[in-house]
Design a protein around this ligand. Structure first.
Ligand code: 4AD
Ligand code: MG
Length: 477
């Protein structure tokens, strides 16, 4: 019978059965002991080849990376660290792998090298573990929302609106860039373009999500979003996946409760369902920590970090309180960097965020009530008329993982805000309709999926938690 390697390693009930497996050679010794992996688990199954039954020419074709089909008897293993192995009596090499040229050899490769081989890196233990955890987290996200009565909404990828008003969009156009049609004023004539107007890849599904929340009540999106920000950092991608719930009749406090409950659910799911992969990633991280000087090493292991988030309430702090904390914090002379922020109203830099989370509160922090000036146009203005009901969730080692808000539900206030920012009201006519007809308090947030995967897997660069990363100057695959 054909089984996945995961099934074979898990079930003692299959002992002495004749089994068939297909997979790829990870390592082999004297052409007799083959460690085979089929992607169903981080663990390989040891396959012991009986020379007498198998053609010598076939054995010569066994190399790291080759695809094999094996038939044999599942037996208890005497070897260390494995419960069962296969006593092979039939072997077919389905696809060979030339050891002279195959890039993924059983040794430590640099992350940079593996990024250049994004099509093959998932054949390593680290990347296959990361991608299985990524898969489990996606499933948990759907499970959480589906169990709680949310509707999954597919918001458009191509849009005519700039949800965040940050101007970091990728243009979508069928015009000839070398020879675009021009208006009488010598400007590009978008009427001639495919959609008859300027369009972009979405930076967020929020605005369309709001429209659906104002009819279906509770919705979430989970799809790719795009930002042409030129940040070459370990936390930014040009194409990333965002999870965006939006709920009618929910205020900012409800939004914070939802975000915290949601994050804890999906992390618990990963702990419960990705034990082997997380164990592997934890060991990997420990090895990596050992290469750092003692003082820079993390005090917690990967699972301790995840447990820590699960076991603690996220600390809720207003922007104004946070500024006071930063103002009163001791400047860090050694690093020549001062956490001190001079002015109320300044946006927090990632150093500030990390200070608050990692040094001051030492737990996940929800910052709320930010100055209106540094946040997007759609956020609900507070009674002080200076701050908005925004919230950012900051995570240890990651910084901002969630950005969200209560939305401005009052037509007049929203119109004023749009006018103040110089946005053309006509472009948002449909969004304003939501405030004209049956408007109500509503809130939502966006979770950067790759930042969640980064936190859960303990990887350090966001490029290593998405299959084919898109970053400035890099869209090879
Ligand atoms: O804070 P942001 O910009 O919020 C929004 O887009 C809102 N419309 C969400 C909402 O209220 N529905 O982005 C949300 C999250 C960030 O907290 C961050 O985790 C992630 O998306 N993010 C990125 N992740 C990877 N690469 C980038 N370039 C990212 N930009 C934002
Ligand atoms: Mg943000």
């Amino acid at each position: 019978k054909a089984y996945s390697i995961r099934e074979l390693l898990e079930g003692d009930d299959k002992i002495l059965q004749e089994v068939t497996v297909k997979g790829w050679v990870r390592t082999f010794r004297s052409n007799r002991f083959i460690a085979l992996n089929d992607g169903s688990t981080i663990n390989n199954i040891q396959c012991v080849v009986d020379f007498e039954n198998i053609d010598e020419d076939e054995l010569k074709k066994i190399n790291t990376g080759a695809a094999l089909e094996l038939k044999g008897t599942l037996v208890e293993s005497m070897g260390k660290g494995q419960s069962v192995e296969i006593q092979v009596n039939e072997l077919e090499v389905l696809g060979t792998s030339d050891p002279e040229t195959y890039p993924i050899q059983p040794k430590k490769h640099s992350m940079e090298f593996l990024r250049e081989n994004a099509h093959l890196r998932v054949r390593t233990n680290t990347f296959s573990a990361v991608m299985r955890v990524r898969n489990a987290l996606s499933f948990a996200i759907h499970q959480y929302f589906q169990q709680n009565g949310f509707n999954y909404v597919h918001t458009p990828i191509i849009t005519g609106s700039d949800a965040e008003g940050a101007g970091e969009m990728f243009r979508v156009s069928t015009l000839d860039p070398k020879n675009p049609p021009l208006t009488e004023e010598n400007e590009i004539d978008y009427k001639e373009d495919f959609f008859g107007k300027e369009t972009n890849l979405t930076v967020s599904g929020q605005l369309e999500g709001e429209a659906y929340a104002m009819a279906l009540g509770k919705i979430y999106t989970f799809g790719p979003t795009f930002r042409a920000e030129n940040s070459n950092t370990s936390r930014h991608l040009a194409e990333f996946w965002m999870v965006e719930p939006e709920v009618a009749f929910m205020d900012l406090d409800g939004n914070m409760d939802l975000a915290e409950d949601f994050i804890k659910y999906v992390l618990q799911y990963a702990l419960d369902n990705c034990k082997d992969d997380l164990e592997f990633l934890e060991k990997r991280l420990l090895d990596e920590e050992k290469t750092k000087p003692q003082k820079d090493r993390s005090e917690m292991t990967l699972t301790e970090k995840i447990r820590f988030v699960l076991d603690n309430n996220f600390k809720r702090v207003s922007y104004t309180e946070a500024i006071d904390i930063l103002k009163n914090s001791k400047p860090n002379k050694k690093k020549k960097f001062q956490y001190i922020i001079e002015e109320w109203g300044a946006d927090l830099q990632s150093e500030h965020e990390r200070f608050l989370v990692e040094k001051h509160f030492k737990c996940p922090v929800i910052l709320f009530d930010y100055p209106a000036k540094i946040k997007a146009f759609y956020m609900r203005l507070n009674e002080d008329e200076k701050t908005v009901r925004a919230m950012d969730i900051l995570f240890p080692g990651i910084g901002e993982i969630v950005g969200g808000s209560q939305r401005e539900e009052r037509l007049d206030v929203l119109k004023q805000k749009i006018a103040d920012l110089g946005i053309d009201e006509k472009e948002l006519w449909w969004y304003l309709d939501l405030r004209k007809y049956g408007s109500a308090v509503h809130s939502g947030f966006g979770l950067g999926f790759e930042r969640l995967v980064l936190f859960t897997t303990g990887m350090t660069n966001i490029r290593d938690v998405i299959p084919f990363p898109r970053t400035p100057q890099n869209a090879e695959f």
